[in-house]
Structures are given as structure tokens and as C-alpha cells.
Ligand binder design. Sequence first.
Ligand code: OAD
Length: 241
Amino acid sequence: MTCEAGIHEVRARLSSARAVTVLTGAGISADSGVPTFRGTDGLWRNFRAEELATPEAFARDPRLVWEWYNWRREIIAAKLPNPAHAALVEMERRFDRFWLITQNVDGLHRLAGSTKLSEIHGNIWKVSCTACGRVDTNHDVPIPILPQCATCEGLLRPHIVWFGESLDSEELGRSFDAVNSCEVLLIVGTSGIVYPAASFAPSAKAAGAFVAEINLDPTPNSELVDVSIQGNAKDIVPLLL
Ligand code: OAD
């Protein structure tokens, strides 16, 4: 199917749909200039994200992990939402039942104006205390290392779900409900290899939804979805409305 035919088909499905769910990943923010995780521009001092975004890495060297997050905060602080983020805000207005699930921690969906969303991997602009669990919003760039909790002086960590950690059960439940009850699932800019988000496409298909993927490259989901559109999120997503 050509890119144009794919766009046409998704537009037709959306025009009659009432319940729409969208899953986004780093690719939607790539068009705003935020490096993806698995692209070469995602590397920092030759570390891969998987080597730093773990509780073990933080326990071993919290300073190193905070330096990495300060690098990422600095990059993200200068970025703005792009037309793909804006189109998803418009979708939220248009459909009776809409839910946006993002794996991104950059906060760009919120900045664009999305409100019906689950940030299932957390948010880089929040910190949580490793001792008392207090969660705060924090926009410091850079964060003074090592940051301490205002209540108990415990060590603060980024409020992000790291590899090997569990996702918030409430957000996860809400996300699975949205995936399993939608008529259309759009999957935008994710490599589709990190669980549980990787299971959303097969779950939605099994529940009878029409599933479309928008990505620069083919992914493990491409064979399974109804329509796979290759292109930049910022160019394609606005055309779906
Ligand atoms: P990845 O970096 O794994 O994948 C980004 C995807 O976006 C790739 O499939 C690219 O082909 C695609 N892409 C890049 N630029 C694009 C563009 N302009 N338009 C459309 N697609 C584009 O990022 P995620 O799939 O989001 O987890 O990664 C999932 C999780 O793994 C992340 O949330 C993070 C990471 O480790 C945690 O931090 C817990």
C-alpha cells in the first residue's frame, strides 16, 4: 500500500470512529529535535540508555545518572511540540472517547495541550524521593547534584520508570482499557520493542480494533498492523484528520 493510500484508509476509519487510542514513542518528539533512544544521537558519552536508565545504575553511581538526566533536561528544555503533537490535541477534542498513551518522558504532549493522557514511563520534569516517596515537579536545568528531598533530605531520583521497574498500576490499567476498547489504535514513532507498550498492537488487534502505525522505518509491529505508513510523524499525523 502506498503512503497516500495508507493515509486515506486511516482517515476513513477515523471519520467514523468514536473511540480512538494513540500510542506514541520517541519518534514523535524526534521531529522536535529530541534524540530517540535507539538512534545514534541518543548516545551520551558512549553509554546506551539501557545502561543508565536502571535502578542498578543509580544505586552504583547516582551522580553519573543525574549527569545524564541533566544532559537530557538541557536538550528537552529548548524543544517545542511539533504539528504531530498538535494534531493529537485536536483528536482529543474530536472523538467521544480518546486516550493518548506515551512512552515519552519529555512532557511535550502536555506542553502541546493534551490532557487525556498516560505518561506510562514517567516525566523528566518530576523527581521522587528514594526515602519517603514524595513526588515534586522540578524544572531546574541543571539540577544541582546530588538533589535532596525538601521533606526528609533523602536522595531524589528522576520520576521515571527504569528498566526492570514496574509501571504505575493505575496508569497501566487505564492504558490497557483504552487499548482493548478502542475502534482505532494509532501507533506513532515507537520501535515497538519495549514492553508493555510492545503488546498494545497485538492486544488491540485481538480485541477487533483497526491498528495503524506511523514510523520512519518498518518495526516488529509492521507485519501485524492493518496499515503501516512510513514517514515523519510531523508530516503524516496532521494529515490523518
Ligand atoms: P526508540 O528510540 O526505541 O524508537 C524510536 C522510533 O521512532 C524508531 O522506530 C524510529 O524509526 C522512529 N522515528 C524516528 N524518527 C521519527 C520521525 N520523525 N517520525 C516517525 N517515527 C520516527 O524509542 P521508543 O520506542 O519510544 O524507556 O522507546 C521505548 C522506550 O525505550 C522509551 O520510552 C525508553 C526507552 O528506553 C524508558 O526510558 C523506560
